[in-house]
Design a protein. Structure first.
Ligand SMILES: [Zn+2]
Length: 250
């Protein structure tokens, strides 16, 4: 493992991030992470009409590593946590529009109703099953690692970060029979140690949310554009993604 990673000038990684593709139930207090299925479909259709070309996270990063820039009009759609609603509600939209996506899963939650990936105030939800992961993987959906137990890595001792990172990668690869090459930090938190362990385990990149550096591009602390419930209006969504096209026009 090399500690001397290549450094790149500042650019906005053309990666958007979703969580739950569903309508919140009336009792849900924390609604920011919900995108209703119809809106998800409209947002992706809008990107297609605007001429964006969809990549998986790995496809996008490998392009970047080869060319030192992101592909023109390239964009990657990512979904965190591996909720079952992604299978029920997002998967049909992705298939219908021919959009590949990358889903960051927590292997210890597969097939469970678990609190591990919940924020405070959220309700327990179902994660997708092994069979659903395999069906999606077979249809071209990419699976990345969101750690073994969704623990906040910057708070953990070295050996526990190693377990969270290495065991998650091993379990995902065992299930999908495909290499798991990218990582998304639980809640976006990372530190130097976590970055080094993730790189050392063989991941080519790791995504944060908005905590990555803005003055340069760090492949192990990539920011993503988070699509939230408040982005319900087309113009709000458009403003967020337009930054990507101007970024790429340079
Ligand atoms: Zn998460």
């Amino acid at each position: 493992m090399s500690n001397k990673r290549k450094s790149y000038p500042a650019m906005i990684p053309p990666v958007i991030q979703y969580h739950k593709i569903d309508k919140p139930t009336s009792g849900t207090l924390v609604r920011g992470g919900f995108t209703p299925p119809g809106r998800f479909a409209r947002q992706l259709s809008f990107l297609k009409k605007r001429g964006f070309v969809f990549y998986t996270a790995v496809g996008l990063i490998e392009y970047f590593m080869e060319h030192n820039r992101f592909p023109e009009n390239g964009i990657a759609v990512t979904l965190d946590d591996g909720w079952q609603d992604n299978y029920m509600n997002a998967f049909p939209v992705l298939l219908a529009l021919g959009v590949p996506a990358t889903i960051y899963i927590v292997p210890s939650c597969i097939g469970e109703r678990s609190m591990k990936a919940m924020a405070e105030g959220e309700e327990v939800r179902a994660h997708r099953s092994r069979e659903q992961v395999l069906e999606m993987s077979g249809a071209g959906i990419e699976f990345g690692s969101h750690s073994l137990n969704h623990r906040l890595l910057h708070q953990l001792p070295y050996q526990e970060i190693v377990l969270e990172v290495e065991e998650a990668k091993r379990q995902i690869e065992e299930l999908t029979k495909k290499e798991c090459k990218t990582f998304a930090y639980p809640a976006g938190y990372y530190n130097k140690q976590a970055q080094q362990i993730i790189a050392g385990a063989g991941h080519i990149a790791a995504f944060s949310t908005t905590y990555g550096p803005l003055d340069k591009l760090d492949l192990y602390a990539l920011n993503r554009i988070e699509i939230l419930r408040r982005d319900r209006f087309r113009f709000q969504f458009a403003r967020k993604v337009e930054a990507l096209q101007s970024n790429l026009d340079r």
